[in-house]
Design a protein around this ligand. Structure first.
Ligand code: ATP
Ligand code: MG
Length: 425
């Protein structure tokens, strides 16, 4: 059977190799292995793909295990009672396991070709294809490897294995096409290069710089999602500097870019984010709102410490700081609440009010933020006292995503979200 139903794009060099390679099953997820077996039992092709294969080959522990299969969404649904079909753009299946574990199972997809009828909504994203077609529509060669856990071999259609060995990040197809086609790949490239210690293929490095001004053409939700992935990567500080160096931060968060430009590396402005990185590497989960607060803290620090009317002045700093990214009202309200709580928390728990404070829905996040920003002796003492109190009254502060209070939301009244405009060249 042919690997391709239509010729691959001219700039994609296809070089199919099957590499015998046994991954120690202990490094793999048991539920992912069970899922692969079951799909095969039903007569489908099924492989591990993407980040998990790449991370294992590069000596890292994968964060999740994604599966690709020849089974169509409806076939996956009927093979697994624990499955749910999700996604409006991509329809794929989520398999739900104990302890909230979710394994993503996607049907092989292909990029559209000239003869396809793309009139239906999201038709272009839901064209099913072969394993090879699925591999070459992925972003980087190292992300397109598929592992057959039954035959212990890796399918490689785009020199992914040699790029793993050379620790080189290279797009599938020419970066001059693949980066403008989806500029969010710039953020992904930075994350992978820093996290996995990779060098950029030189044409990719050039394309990232040349097309950084197209970042805002992506959907804001995707940019924010990729930014949060960077904040969670354990290497946020390094990524931030790299984003600035390649000229991407200037488009993504221009005010933050200006702030960094005005700092010297020795200023230690990114201490909070560096601590968050350490915690992420150690596997402690900080909420997205805390990570966002750690990113924005250095530029808000002066206002928090010196302003007369902190609440009002904070607003006038925060809004332009995140422009033009439309973070959710929930995230922004949480950041604001945490910042405003910092001063009270830094003073330590006062007898009667302390319990009440702990019961506030943002308290656990605010204490996490205090742990990131505390430097003075009193702050550190206050932090230990809050941590002790949290231990003593574990019920008072369920560690959940804080729901912003009405008062906090009111400070950021609902605005019509303006579409992001592409920067003028
Ligand atoms: P991470 O470890 O950060 O999750 P990942 O490689 O698993 O990295 P995901 O965002 O989980 O990244 O995506 C899973 C896979 O989907 C990728 O490995 C890649 O093959 C493919 N992919 C994701 N985003 C894109 C994109 N923008 N363009 C093309 N392929 C993509
Ligand atoms: Mg992933």
């Amino acid at each position: 059977m042919s690997h391709f139903s239509a010729p691959p794009p001219a700039d994609v060099q296809v070089s199919f190799r099957t590499v015998t390679h046994r991954i120690d099953p202990h490094m793999l997820d048991v539920d992912a292995l069970k899922t692969l077996r079951r799909l095969r039992k039903f007569g489908h092709e099924a492989y591990l793909v993407g980040g998990c294969v790449r991370d294992i080959l590069m000596g890292h522990q994968p964060t999740d295990f994604d599966i690709v299969t020849s089974a169509k969404p409806a076939e996956i649904r009927s093979a697994f009672r624990n499955s749910r079909i999700i996604g409006r753009r991509f329809r794929l299946a989520h398999l739900h396991f104990a302890n909230g574990k979710i394994i993503e199972v996607a049907t092989f997809r292909r990029s559209p070709c000239e003869t396809d009828d793309l009139s239906g909504r999201h038709a272009a994203e839901n064209l099913f294809g072969t394993a090879a077609e699925d591999a070459i529509r992925r972003d980087f060669t190292i992300n397109a490897l598929m592992y057959d856990a039954e035959k212990n071999c890796i399918f490689d259609w785009s020199s992914g294995m040699s790029d793993v060995s050379a620790r080189c990040l290279r797009t599938i197809g020419h970066p001059e096409r693949r980066i403008p086609e989806d500029p969010a790949r710039i953020l992904r490239a930075v994350k992978f290069a820093v996290r996995l210690d990779l060098r950029f293929d030189p044409p990719l490095a050039e394309a990232m710089q040349r097309h950084a001004d197209k970042l805002l053409l992506c959907s804001p939700a995707r940019l924010i999602e990729e930014l949060f992935k960077i904040l969670r990567s354990g290497h946020a500080v390094e990524c931030l500097y790299m984003l600035q160096e390649i000229g991407a931060l200037r488009h993504l968060l221009p005010a933050l870019d200006d702030f960094i430009s005005a700092q010297s590396h020795s200023d230690n402005a990114w201490r909070a984010l560096a601590r968050a990185d350490e915690q992420n590497v150690a596997g402690d989960t900080l909420s997205d709102a805390v990570l966002l607060a750690a990113l924005l803290y250095p530029a808000c620090r002066d206002v928090l410490h010196t302003a007369r009317d902190v609440s009002r002045e904070l607003e006038s700093v925060l809004r332009p700081l995140v422009h033009p990214l439309p973070f959710t009202r929930h995230h922004m309200a949480s950041v604001r609440q945490m910042f405003l709580a910092l001063r009270r928390l830094s003073a330590g728990p006062a007898a009667k009010r302390a319990r009440k404070m702990l019961e506030r829905d943002f308290a656990a996040d605010a204490i996490d933020l205090l742990a990131l920003v505390a430097t003075e002796k009193e702050e550190l003492r206050a932090l230990s006292a809050w941590r002790a109190l949290q231990k003593k009254y574990p019920q008072s502060h369920p560690k959940e995503r804080p729901t912003p209070t009405k008062a906090a939301l009111r400070q950021n009244p609902r605005r019509r979200r303006k579409p992001m405009t592409a920067p003028v060249a």
